[in-house]
Design a protein around this ligand. Structure first.
Ligand SMILES: Cc1ncc(COP(=O)(O)O)c(C=O)c1O
Length: 407
């Protein structure tokens, strides 16, 4: 479909929503921290993830400032599952005080190899095998567990008195796009609040000492879920009050950012305000495990257009990347903005559907993309692409290979 000439060009409305301190357009060129993305794509080939170290550390700094405003006892554990590129881990490691959250033995080993000391690492996972528990226990990492079975079996691998966290179900659903695919409540994660005493007893019988409670609500929480988020953390605080000698409350991740211009994500201020009212009065450390908030805005995925063709009234763009290197659109319905690298600010001329090269009908990156004329051979930038892209890559159709650079 062509866009009527009367439609307002993006250019006329000021800077596009996706620009930020590190991602800018200068003299028609798309730059990440001053580096032209086109040159990087030509140098390294496509598909290429490019991450901004400055953005990663800026986001960590923002979160730290928001927590420092409500408490002097806080801890940020960056969720490694969102992006474990070595340069990304280095950026987190070099940020004073930042820790890492892990969810598998291999992730624990990776962050140890990357130079994180034990006290900067947390571990939080479910449905763990004895092999998993033995490996994590051998490293001495603090674990948060969420089944009676895991408590019982973990106790057999660690010395008596080993501290452990208990994860609780948020008992509500909130997340990006209404939460159908992005909410964690009432699913496989976490004890119910009414199981608290039973879980404490199970931990005690296993020789463990409960020192923390945890709740992760969902992915990409929107601002209009603020009241529900506050109610969930109020329930978490009530659980925390029932546990003697607690040293920390972990509020998980869930903060996102914009994925389309119209998104209204839960703001850092709203989030820290909720924590200030509900969790800070407990007087314990407030821990969190942000993934998306830290890594998503730091990343851009550069791809090459191989096909431009009209079929049944739709203008299709085919690109040299599919859901094997970023399952977010196909799996969760999470959109990515598509920007022309050749002419990032040019007014849109057509609406396109952007499809990947995987043999699956679901391999669609975006529909209804308003772009200037797109030609075969040119580059597109997909963003924000720093979270849950390369880290979730598979090798489906033997197409999983992707390069990553950190600038
Ligand atoms: C337990 C836990 N903590 C933290 C995160 C990171 O979440 P986000 O990327 O929404 O910040 C996740 C994401 O799946 C999670 O499951």
């Amino acid at each position: 479909m062509s866009i009527p000439e009367t439609s307002t060009p993006e250019q006329g409305r000021g800077a596009p929503w996706w620009q930020h301190e590190s991602l800018a357009v200068h003299e028609e060129q798309l730059l990440l921290d001053g580096t032209p993305l086109e040159a990087l794509a030509r140098q390294h080939g496509t598909p290429l993830y490019v991450y901004s170290r400055a953005t990663l550390q800026r986001q960590l700094g923002r979160m730290e400032a928001a927590l420092a405003a409500i408490t002097d006892r806080y801890r940020i554990y960056y969720a490694v599952k969102s992006n474990r590129c070595p340069g990304v881990l280095r950026a987190v490691r070099d940020f004073p005080g930042a820790g890492v959250d892990t969810c598998s033995p291999r992730e624990v080993e990776l962050v140890l190899e990357s130079g994180f000391s034990l006290e900067r690492i947390s571990f939080n996972a479910g449905m763990l095998s004895d092999r998993d528990l033995a490996r994590v226990a051998a490293h001495g990492v603090h674990c948060t567990l969420d089944t009676f079975s895991a408590l019982r079996r973990y106790g057999a691998h660690v010395p008596r008195g080993t501290p452990v966290g208990l994860r609780f179900d948020p008992a509500m659903t909130a997340g990006y796009g209404g939460g159908q695919k992005t909410a964690y409540g009432s699913g496989k994660f976490g004890f119910d609040a009414h199981e608290c005493q039973q879980a404490l007893r199970a931990a005690h019988e296993a020789g463990l000492r409960v020192d923390s409670v945890h709740m992760h609500i969902g992915w990409g929480l929107p601002e209009d879920a603020a009241a529900e988020v506050e109610a969930a953390f109020m329930r978490l605080a009530a659980i925390a009050r029932r546990i003697p000698n607690l040293s920390s409350v972990n509020v998980g991740g869930g903060l996102g950012g914009r994925f389309r211009g119209a998104d209204r994500p839960l703001s850092l201020d709203t989030w820290s305000g909720i924590l200030g009212r509900q969790i800070a009065p407990l007087g314990v450390t407030i821990a969190c495990e942000p993934g998306t908030f830290i890594s998503a805005p730091a990343g851009v995925l550069l791809v090459e257009v191989n096909t431009v063709e009209e079929r049944r009234g739709t203008r299709w763009i085919g690109i040299d990347a599919g859901h094997a290197i970023n399952p977010c659109p196909a799996l969760y319905g999470i959109p990515l903005e598509v920007v022309s690298v050749r002419a990032p600010l040019a007014p849109p001329l057509h609406e396109y559907t952007v499809a990947g090269h995987i043999n699956e009908a679901a391999d669609i990156w975006a529909r209804g993309c308003r772009l200037p004329e797109v030609r075969e051979g040119e580059l597109l930038a997909l963003m924000p692409a720093g979270a849950y892209g390369a880290s979730m890559a598979s090798d489906h159709c033997l197409r999983g290979q992707v390069r990553e650079v950190v600038i």
